[in-house]
Design a protein around this ligand. Structure first.
Ligand SMILES: [Zn+2]
Length: 353
C-alpha cells in the first residue's frame, strides 16, 4: 500500500484545481468563463433505462467524468495496491462504470484484466483459467457474479477459497452485508462495495468500516421519504431506493458525509407496513440460514417477492421445510408476502434463467 499516499496527494491537488475554478472566483472574469466552457465540454456518452423501460441518453461533462474518477481512485487506493492484478467484470458498453474502473485501477498502479459482463469472449470458465494463469488477486463485479463464479469453480473441482483472490469489490447490484459476508467466505477474501447510478458512476464510496459515504462535496443528495425512499441526485430522480443516514448515526469512522444504504430499484420494492420493503431486506432474513450459498435472486410478481436461493451440493434441502421456514420468517419480519424456492447450487442457472 506504499503507493496510495502519493496518488491520494496527486488527486487531492487535482481536485483542488478543478473545484477552485468552478467556484465564483470573480478575480479576472476569465476564470469563470473558462470553467463554464470546460464544464460544457462533453466527455462521454452513455445510456440508461428509465422507469418505463425506454432508453435515455446520458452525456457526462469532462469535469464530472474526472471528478467521479478522483473519488473512486481515492477509495480504491485504500483497497488495492500496485501488486494487485484486478479482474473488472462490470458493464462496458454504453455505460460509464467499465471505462472508469479501468482508469482508476491503472491510477492506483494495479494491473487490470477487463472482461466485461457479456460473457461472449470471456465466459466464466475462461475467466477461472485467467485467474489461475495470471494469479488474479482482486475481483470487481456484481455480487451475483461473484457467487456464480465461486459455484462454477466448485463444480469444476476447484476450491475458490484456495485461489489467489484476496479482495472482492461488489458493484452494480444492491447487496446486504449478510450476503456480502457469505461471498467473502466463499472466496476467503475481504469484501467491499461501491455505489453509483448509470448517470453518476461514483456516488458513494466505502470508508475503512465498509460503510458507503456519499460524495457530498460534489453531489446534492436527497431522499423522497425519510429515512428511506427514492434517491434524488442534484434534484433528479434516480429510480433507486436508498436509506440516507446522518454520518454520526450511520458510521463510527468520523467522516462528515452521510451514509447511503443501497436497496435496489424503486420498481423492485414492495409497500411494507411502514416503508417500502426491498430485496435487500429479504436477503438479511434469508442469509440467517447458515447452509445457503451466496446465490440470491428476488423478483416482484403479483404483489409478492419471488425469492430463489441455493444450498451447496453436499447438503440437500429437507423437502420443502426450509422454503416454508424462510417464507414464514420474511412474512413475520417484513410484513410482505413471499414465495421461496431453494435449489441445489449446481442447478442455479436453469432455476433462475
Ligand atoms: Zn464510515
Amino acid at each position: 500500500m506504499t503507493t496510495t499516499t502519493p496518488i491520494a496527494t496527486h488527486y487531492e491537488q487535482f481536485l483542488h484545481l478543478l473545484t477552485r475554478d468552478t467556484g465564483d472566483t470573480g478575480d479576472t472574469g476569465d476564470t469563470s468563463d473558462a470553467a463554464a466552457g470546460r464544464d460544457a465540454l462533453r466527455a462521454r456518452y452513455g445510456e440508461r433505462i428509465d422507469a418505463s423501460g425506454a432508453t435515455q441518453a446520458i452525456v457526462m461533462s469532462r469535469d464530472e467524468w474526472i471528478l467521479n474518477q478522483i473519488d473512486l481512485t481515492l477509495a480504491l487506493g485504500r483497497l488495492l495496491s500496485e501488486d494487485d492484478v484486478v479482474v473488472s467484470a462490470v458493464p462496458y458498453e454504453l455505460s460509464f462504470v467499465g471505462a472508469e474502473m479501468d482508469r482508476v485501477i491503472e491510477m492506483v498502479g494495479a494491473s487490470v484484466i477487463s472482461v466485461g459482463t457479456s460473457r461472449t469472449i470471456c465466459p466464466m470458465p475462461r475467466l477461472l483459467g485467467l485467474i489461475e494463469q495470471y494469479q488474479v488477486t482482486a475481483l470487481v463485479c456484481a455480487p451475483s457474479f461473484a457467487a456464480e463464479l465461486a459455484s462454477l469453480a466448485l463444480a469444476r473441482g476447484q476450491r475458490p477459497q484456495d485461489t489467489t483472490i484476496r479482495t472482492v469489490v461488489c458493484v452494480g447490484e444492491a447487496c446486504s452485508t449478510e450476503r456480502l459476508d457469505r461471498i467473502g467466505a466463499a472466496w476467503a477474501a475481504t469484501t467491499s462495495t461501491l455505489y453509483g447510478t448509470p448517470s453518476t458512476p461514483t456516488a458513494a464510496v466505502p470508508c475503512e468500516h465498509g460503510a458507503l459515504h456519499l460524495c457530498e462535496q460534489r453531489l446534492r443528495a436527497e431522499v423522497r421519504g425519510h429515512p428511506r425512499g427514492e434517491l434524488l441526485l442534484d434534484g433528479s430522480p434516480t429510480g433507486e431506493l436508498v436509506e440516507l443516514r446522518p454520518a454520526e448515526r450511520g458510521c463510527d469512522c468520523g467522516a462528515a458525509s452521510r451514509v447511503l444504504v443501497p436497496l435496489g430499484s424503486v420498481a423492485a420494492a414492495l409497500p411494507g407496513p411502514d416503508a417500502p420493503v426491498s430485496a435487500v431486506d429479504v436477503e438479511r432474513i434469508v442469509f440467517r440460514h447458515a447452509g445457503l450459498t451466496p446465490h440470491f435472486a428476488c423478483a416482484v410478481r403479483d404483489g409478492a417477492f419471488h425469492v430463489t436461493c441455493a444450498v451447496a451440493e453436499a447438503e440437500s434441502p429437507a423437502g420443502g421445510a426450509l422454503q416454508r421456514v424462510i417464507r414464514g420468517e420474511i412474512g413475520d419480519a417484513l410484513g410482505v408476502a413471499a414465495e421461496v424456492t431453494v435449489v441445489d447450487a449446481k442447478d442455479w442457472s436453469s432455476a433462475t434463467s
